[in-house]
Design a protein around this ligand. Structure first.
Ligand code: AMP
Length: 223
């Protein structure tokens, strides 16, 4: 099963992605995670990407597109994949679709989590990352995934691990830029989604309800 998942930053895309990944047992490939790992390891790729990420800009396509196309060739992708954070614009969507066509790889589903810009922004600013596991969702503004309290502070609600806020999550200008890219219907992410609407099965889900309601609707639609 090969799946793309789209949703504005703050829509719960990572959380829903982890649920879908578990259900189908496919490789979960998150562009943002790959970049952050490379930054913390100090690799060449990380050094190239850091400046763009800190400003909330896209890492250029000539770095990102080959990185992802190569990642999809790794062994763990043979049983299927869920791609999260890529494509992020129309050019990446076209490059991916053409590469898949060329290799004869079927795109089974494209998931779109639909959420308005203001709600997405509030959710980003409340998001906290667990030091132990990226897939432990915590958000100080969403009751269903509110972190646990300990010694007057917050710890991961799943494992009690330390929490941190990503710098780019607290930067309103950077959030604005990321959303400008996402909601852009000409060349941005929404243009990419519209491109797939003519070429693949696109499943739209309302991202406004809680995590559980969204995942139920999503899993029902995935069949
Ligand atoms: P994310 O964790 O998905 O919010 O990604 C964090 C940052 O990584 C983004 O703000 C971009 O700077 C960069 N990034 C992630 N995915 C892509 C992509 N497909 N193309 C270019 N840059 C990306």
């Amino acid at each position: 099963m090969n799946i793309l998942i789209f949703g504005p930053n703050g829509s719960g895309k990572g959380t829903q992605g982890a649920i879908v990944q578990k259900k189908f047992g496919v490789a979960h490939i998150e562009t943002g995670v790959i970049f952050r790992e490379n930054i913390s390891k100090g690799t060449d790729l990380g050094k190239k990407a850091k400046g763009y990420i800190d400003k909330g800009e896209l890492v250029p396509d000539d770095i990102t597109v080959p990185m992802i196309l190569n990642r999809l060739k790794e062994n763990d992708c043979k049983g299927g994949w869920l791609l999260d954070g890529f494509p992020r614009n129309l050019a990446q969507a076209q490059a991916l679709y053409e590469a898949l066509q060329k290799e004869g790889i079927k795109l089974d589903y494209v998931i779109e989590i639909v959420l308005d810009r203001q709600t997405s922004k509030n959710r980003i600013m409340g998001r906290r990352l667990c030091a132990k596991d990226n897939n432990h969702p915590n958000n100080i503004y969403i009751d269903a995934i509110k972190p646990a309290e300990k010694n007057g502070g917050f710890v991961c609600r799943v494992c009690g691990g330390e929490l941190s806020a990503r710098a780019d999550d607290q930067d309103e200008a950077a959030i604005g830029k990321r959303h400008d890219i996402y909601y852009d219907t000409k060349t941005g992410t929404t243009a990419g989604i519209n491109y797939f609407k003519k070429r693949a099965v696109v499943i739209g889900v309302d991202g406004l309800p809680g995590v559980k309601e969204v995942s139920e609707e999503l899993l029902k639609k995935l069949g």
